[in-house]
Design a protein. Sequence first.
Length: 262
Amino acid sequence: MDDYELAEALVREAGTLALMMRQGGLEGQRKTSVSDVVTAADHAAEAYVLEQLQRCRPEDGILGEEGTSIAGSSGRTWVIDPVDGTYNFLHGSTYWCSAIALKDASGVVLGAIFQPEEDKLWLGGLARTATLNGERLSTFHSNGAGRSGTPLAELGAATYIHPGWLADPMCAMPWHAAATSAAALRMLGSGSCDLGRVADGQLGCWFQHSCPEWDWLPGKAIVRAAGGSADTVRVNGLDWFMAGGSTAVRELREALLSGSVG
């Protein structure tokens, strides 16, 4: 199978494995905070994907949220998030997913996101337009109702910020500036699920700070493959990540920069 078929199979199988394990009963362990948790399903799903990638793409590198770090010889690396939205997952919400991206020296090549309990699979990359369950997405293309040019003030923005960061003005000021520039806010707890919905038009745009590659690259690839834009900007020592239509992304960047100190 090609890389897209492999990515699709891996996120579907990892997500299904995690869901089956949750149905059998799981407990979470705290990582950095009460809302940053990990379960046996996270580890098992990552181990499964690792095993399959080592079998199918033995020359590629692998980077996983739960600790996998393997240097390959091909110049390509698979980036794994076995369960994105573990807090949601552990507490019975359907808003979680398995996600994977492939990157090379030029950047992200493709992304795949599978939300098992809603049976949604987003896929896309440089060589393939974005799809949801095999149906082509044209959210930001010319026939996508002009979403690329829609201003931020007319769009709902998905975001996430840990409550502790709101006490730090260096983070809170740019976040507040961007948040108050949107028509509405949604904070649902899974960046990859959010980015899939930006790609298919359910959400208008998305922004968040300090995202590791496994939380950003799968969705970035899919939003771009749907004709959207993605960008990063550094404000007050923090990296901020944005995705959506070109106008919204530009205005998010401007809003975030307006919260710069000094």
